[in-house]
Structures are given as structure tokens and as C-alpha cells.
Design a binder for this molecule. Structure first.
Ligand code: ADP
Ligand code: MG
Length: 370
């Protein structure tokens, strides 16, 4: 389970205790703040969206602002969950093959963005992955390796092209019975954007939003320096970081198979699927981090790039305005886009920087190309 790290004060070079805040981090990134101005943040943590969400505001605020931000996050969790009472997505899924369901505009927009990423990635990102998520049960007590026959049975239900969207009435129709939308690869990013919007509208100028390791920072540190976001080393215990991104007003979103998985005969089966084959993606990537100003798009992008593999994923990121990326492979190579030069520093000596392959001939993906 994703649990936060504990904040610990540490000592500066002079031996004086300084306000070093190791703000909560989960899977993938942590915010390292070292401010001599020593502002004590107003912090709140809740379990929602299947993870631990912490918001830390580095200025005096009315706590009601946090109430509103978390109420919105919980509302998104409830309405966009694949299952559960009160979920609009669950209603759409229940009506698959029967008829369209009208949903609220925000749910509709997230689904439409998800479908758009399906088109852009030729189905590497596919929000109709629900039947595979249910079948494999990864991250639940029911996680198991399905039979080939079980996978073959659900694969025809995983196809974003079989979703009918009606902009006029905001209705969604899944054309085949048994289809299921799952917004797990995008909703957390949308929720972070919404929480940040509420805080910004209330006048918040300096804050860290940590959605299970997906980070969004508002403004800069209280002393005006950029925030320092540590990128988790994928194969080391939490809190070890590969390097640091120094940034303001951005979001840092990571996808990787190192938190939710099970192992059978030495093979790691994780929660990010290749929708074309029905198995977890196997392509030598161990994490993909996206830096952007839009957390929903960064969330969809990190999952997409992970499934696409190093070469195609890199091409996709480069072609998408306002996105930068860090790719980490199982052989210790770290690739990052030129927009992160001077922004990301690689600190873990067991990893080395590589340049992206120049031509588009090779892809690391071992999935059958279709
Ligand atoms: P996390 O939720 O751990 O931060 P991601 O953003 O990469 O990681 O989302 C993974 C989730 O996205 C899965 O748990 C599942 O709900 C969903 N998912 C899995 N494979 C795909 C895919 N190929 N396209 C879209 N969504 C996916
Ligand atoms: Mg994602």
C-alpha cells in the first residue's frame, strides 16, 4: 500500500536545525524543501482515489479552503470510480450494450480526454481497459494470473473506438455488453488540477499537492526558490531518489510498475496493461515521469508513454507541446528530454544518463506491433 514517509527535521551545514521538510511521498516523487524562512505548512492528508493524498499550504489560510479542496477530490473519486454507488462511470459501465448514460460535464470531459489519448497513441492508452483491470485484480486480494482463454474472452471488450460520445447531451455509450471504462490512468491528475484550482482561487501562492506520489506544486517555496521534487529510484526503497527536479508551478507525474504487482515464476505482473495483448506491459522501462503544467494530461501521458516504450513514448512526448519526460530502464539508463536540462539533476550514481536514440527504427517494446 502507498503510505507516506514521515517528515523529519534535519540539521543544516552549520548544525542548526533547519526546516527541512520531507513532505510525504509515496511511490514516485518527494518534495525536498529547505527553507531558512522556516514556514510551517498547513497540511492535511486523506485516503482517497485509492492512495494517500496530502496537501500542504505554505502560508496562513482558512482551513475551509482545504475542506473545499478535499470535498472536490472526494467527489471526483466517487463519481469517476469504475465501481461503487454514486459513480457515474459505474452507471455507464452497467449500461454497456444497452444504452447511453448522461453524465456531468466534468466526467464527460475526462472521458473525452481519455478517448483522445487513445486516438493519439493508437490504443496504447485505452480507458476501456476496465475488464482487464477486473480480470487481473492487481492491487487487490484477488490478484492472479488469468488463463489465456480468460484474456482472449475480454480482449474484444477493450477498445476505445467502441465508445460513443455525444457532445450534445454529455452522454456516453459503450457499444458492447461487458465493456468497462476505468479512469485509473487519468483521474488522479484531473483531481490534482481541480484541487490546485480551488486553492489558487482562494489566493494560495505556495503549496505542494501530493497525490500518491504524483506531485503538483503551486508557486515556489516561501523563500522564492523553486521547489525541489525528488524522483523516486524505481527499484530502491521509498525515499531514495534518482535525482531532483527544480521547478515552480508545475506537475510531476510518474507511472511505473514497481508499486502494485505480483510475481509468478520470476515474472512481475503489474497494473499497467498493454491493451492489445491483455498482459502487463513488458518493455524494459521501469518508470516514466512527466513534467508539465497540466496534471490530467501529464497523468494520461505518463501511462501512455510507459505502454508505448522508450522510442515511441519519447516521440509522443516530444510531439506534445509543454511536456517533458524522464524515462528509466531496467539496465540503469536514464533518458530525459532537453526541456529538463538544468531542471533535472541525476544524482544516483548507479544510474547513468543516455541520449535518446536518434532514428525511429528501434523500439524497446516487446509487445507485438499491430
Ligand atoms: P498510478 O495510478 O499507479 O499512478 P498510472 O497513472 O500509470 O499509475 O495508472 C495506472 C492505472 O491506469 C491502472 O491501475 C489502471 O486503472 C489504468 N490502466 C492500466 N493500463 C492502462 C492503459 N493501457 N491505458 C489506460 N489506463 C490504463
Ligand atoms: Mg497515468
Amino acid at each position: 500500500m502507498k503510505t507516506p514517509l514521515v517528515s523529519e527535521p534535519s540539521r543544516g551545514r552549520t548544525g542548526t536545525p533547519i526546516a527541512q521538510i520531507l513532505s510525504v511521498v509515496a511511490a514516485v516523487a518527494l518534495v525536498l524543501s529547505c527553507s531558512h524562512a522556516s514556514v510551517t505548512p498547513v497540511t492535511r492528508t486523506e485516503l482517497t482515489l485509492g492512495t494517500t493524498v496530502t496537501i500542504s499550504v505554505y502560508q496562513k489560510i482558512n482551513e475551509k479552503v482545504l475542506d473545499r479542496a478535499f470535498a472536490r477530490v472526494n467527489e471526483i473519486d466517487k463519481t469517476m470510480n469504475r465501481v461503487g454507488d454514486g459513480s457515474e462511470i459505474a452507471k455507464v459501465n452497467a449500461q454497456a450494450g444497452t444504452g447511453p448514460v448522461v453524465v456531468t460535464p466534468d466526467v464527460y470531459d475526462v472521458v473525452r480526454t481519455g478517448i483522445h489519448f487513445g486516438e493519439l497513441t493508437d490504443g496504447a492508452f485505452d480507458i476501456t481497459v476496465g475488464p482487464l483491470v477486473a480480470l487481473w485484480g492487481i492491487g487487490t486480494d484477488d490478484a492472479h494470473l488469468p488463463t489465456q482463454a480468460e484474456i482472449a474472452k475480454v480482449l474484444p471488450l477493450v477498445d476505445y473506438r467502441l465508445v460513443t460520445l455525444n457532445d450534445a447531451d454529455h452522454s456516453i455509450y459503450l457499444q458492447k455488453k461487458g465493456m468497462q471504462i476505468d479512469l485509473g490512468g487519468i483521474a488522479k491528475g484531473y483531481a490534482a488540477d481541480e484541487a490546485a484550482r480551488i486553492l489558487s482561487e482562494a489566493g494560495v501562492k505556495s503549496a505542494i499537492l501530493d497525490f500518491g506520489g504524483n506531485i503538483l506544486v503551486i508557486g515556489s517555496k516561501p523563500d522564492g526558490d523553486p521547489w525541489r521534487v525528488g524522483i523516486q529510484t524505481p527499484d530502491k526503497p521509498r525515499g531514495n531518489y534518482l535525482g531532483i527536479v527544480r521547478t515552480s508551478n508545475r506537475t510531476i507525474v510518474t507511472s511505473g510498475p514497481y508499486e502494485r504487482y505480483f510475481v509468478v515464476d520470476g515474472v512481475r505482473y503489474h497494473h499497467i496493461f498493454d491493451p492489445k495483448i491483455g498482459y502487463p506491459t513488458q518493455n524494459h522501462l521501469i518508470s516514466v515521469t512527466i513534467e508539465s503544467d497540466d496534471s490530467m494530461l501529464a497523468d494520461a501521458m505518463s501511462t501512455s508513454a510507459f505502454v508505448l516504450g522508450l522510442k515511441k513514448g519519447h516521440d509522443f512526448v516530444e510531439g506534445y507541446k509543454g511536456m517533458d519526460a524522464i524515462f528509466v530502464t531496467d539496465s540503469g539508463s536514464v533518458y530525459f528530454t532537453s526541456g529538463l536540462d538544468g531542471v533535472f539533476t541525476l544524482d544516483d550514481p548507479s544510474y547513468h544518463r543516455e541520449s535518446f536514440p536518434a532514428d525511429s527504427g528501434s523500439t524497446e517494446s516487446t509487445s507485438p506491433s499491430s
